[in-house]
Design a protein around this ligand. Sequence first.
Ligand code: CMC
Length: 432
Amino acid sequence: MTDLSDSAKLLIDDKEINLDVYTGVEGERSIDITSLYKDHGLTTYDPSLGNTAICRSSITYIDGERGVLRYRGIPIEQFDRPCPNFIEVAWALIFGRLPDEEELEQFREMLTENELLHEGLKNQFMTLPVDAPPMAILSAMISMMACYHKEFLLLEDEKILMGAAARLISKVRTIAAFTYRRAAGLPFIYPHPGLRYCANFLHMMFSLPYRQFEVSEEMEDALNLLLILHADHEQNCSASAVRVVCSAQANLFASCSAGVNALWGPLHGGANVKVMEMLDGIYRGGYKPEECIEAAKDHNNPFRLFGFGHRVYRNYDPRAKILKTACDRLFAKMKKADPLLDIARKLEELALKDPYFVDRKLYPNVDFYSGILFRAMGIPTNMFTVMFAMGRLPGWIAQWKEQHFADGAKIIRPRQLYVGNPKSNYLEMEKR
Ligand code: CMC
């Protein structure tokens, strides 16, 4: 519950304006400025919305100062245990609480029933260039799902929403695996109804006709964990994109497709590709991690330490902490080593004692170690952000649902501070 707990006073032009202050369940306070323009002709200026709460939400809680992340109240660390279950987490994010056995089984069955692509959709997929960026393919395919599942364009009932969610979560996995297979020139491997979500994905990625890929327990667990850790992150760039599109009463497919496009950017989910390219470049180029840290600090140098820094975390991203340990666990079990992991560890060690990073509170974020795990599974770098999207989809659906059904929800339509030309006249071409 959010409480109207206090009030704030704003002094402007010798006028005192009283504003309500709300307090969230964890004590965070937010000044209500919704009537500022209507009553006083004033807007607030916050270009990257870093200081603006755009909604009330009960899905995910982050305390960036303390490095806390919780899904539906459950600390993220509690999902790092043997046999974590991505589908259970997806259900909890979308429907508000952990499912009971029957609910989970029913949802699993829905995922299995909907794992194939409509042949028409598959034909559309085949028309896309083989070497198209996988995120462009994913966004196009999710958008196109609206053409093949028109029964889900109106979602006013929770049961119908569950059907749409199951289709999206299940089919995105098939689309991702097919994208990889087609680009690699390999025959499609259809989903196996007897396999769980993550094992089924790895089967579609790596089995061959008549040669079933043996999914090891450690790989399945690592993938489950990765998807869970990516599942939601409150009002990040892609979740906000989903909400903005949803607020125009656009359908779930259109909104999630927008989420994919936002996630693609290198400052958001695309950072996991950039991290891998950076680590690989350091390794192949024989650069010293110390040189890279110096380059990252130099504002005249375009080099950035990808996988470091976060708008909200001013502390270690708890997901990165879990992933770092998961890397150690997986490599020990696989009796393997990866020189890129050594480079990542060294970069982190140097950065965490360097005043530039310390003063700016820049710590590893989720993308710093995730790629090393994806790579250990044999997933190619250009598919990393698609993997992020697979994990984030339940979060987008949950954010869409909350936005769509919010009491008094309005279209999200920010304002601007106009700094262009004052009124001026159109000039004929010859007078310009
Ligand atoms: N390497 C070097 N300097 C950095 C970095 C970095 N990775 N991140 C921030 N800084 C510096 C930045 O130059 C600025 O310095 P100054 O105060 O001297 O101008 C200061 O730290 C504050 O940075 P900012 O860009 O104003 O912070 P922001 O909150 O707008 O941006 C960020 C957050 C994540 C976009 C940024 O930290 C970044 O570009 N990191 C690298 C990309 C990345 O890893 N993105 C993944 C984010 S987490 C997962 C996700 O959202 O998908």
